[in-house]
Design a protein around this ligand. Sequence first.
Ligand code: GLA
Length: 355
Amino acid sequence: MPEFRAPGRVNLIGGQVDYHDGWVVSMAIDRDVRVVAHARTDARVTARSHELEGEVSVAADGSDDPPATQPRWGRAVAGVTRVLADLGRAPVGVALDTRSDVPIGAGLSSSAAFEVACMLALCDAARFVLGGADLARAAQRSEHVATGVPCGIQDQMASVLGRADHAIFLDCRTLAVEHVPVPEELRVLVVHSGVPRELEQTPYAQRRAESQAVAARLGLPALRDASFDQVRDIPRGRHAVTEMQRVRDFARALREHDLDALGPLMLASHASSRDDMEVSIPELDVLVDELVRAGALGARLTGAGFGGCVVALVPAADAETIAQRATGAYRTRTAREPSAWITRAADGAGPVSGE
Ligand code: GLA
């Protein structure tokens, strides 16, 4: 039985800029969604999840309405089926067994990973070929169709095009990807604040609309085309323009092994996300603060914000100690229950060859 996997991702820098045609640095992580596909003799796409209740069943021709699909997590299955049908996939039935260890509602792209993994299984069952940026775009569209969340392209691109031991520097306008090594002497520490969030229930779409309105007022296709002078006094625009510069500086620093530059860029990114973009919450600010106090080079909220995780770069030798100290202090200050793990850059999505 064919099996497919798609990893979650952690965004190292480049928050709220993918939908402005900006740049981001992310990496696929060693947590993924796995999907085993079983043949069916009818034209239904069905799915069971190891973690979530219920069974999903939708018509393989994509005619079922994704937002109306039950159980709720099945909207993604219906979205994927709909988008692939629109792209010309034949209505071949398949039964999907899914399993995930990407934390949900954490900012690590569990839903992009789920959609990419299901897409690979559906494509394979119908001998329909879709890969690279086309696969990422289709998965992004299925998120739009399933939940109405107007997400950008960075999550799906990282899940599809990640590479072990490398981060990806992604140009969200051209979808050009450069793989840059994650420095050996550093570890990527992810800490969950213990504050869950579901993207649909956050002001994510509102923030996106507010900042896109800035581009519209300036008569620009996207904030990528704005200069700093144009947005100097407009917080949402200022965030986007300065964040894009920080991302390019961060990519340069990785390429040139300029480790001292990385931490301050992450901290500036967090401050701008908090003050100009207003996507942080006090818990994430405390976590960043405690991580730095404990010895991280830098830290910032990751993903859409409003809860979920913080990402930090830490010296490899001190990674465990820093995680323990920071989570201990955070627990005391917030009475929240954090969880921390050291994550590694993983390969992007694909078939699982007999392990
Ligand atoms: C979510 C979206 C992404 C991106 C980030 C914020 O993860 O899915 O496309 O916009 O938020 O950078």
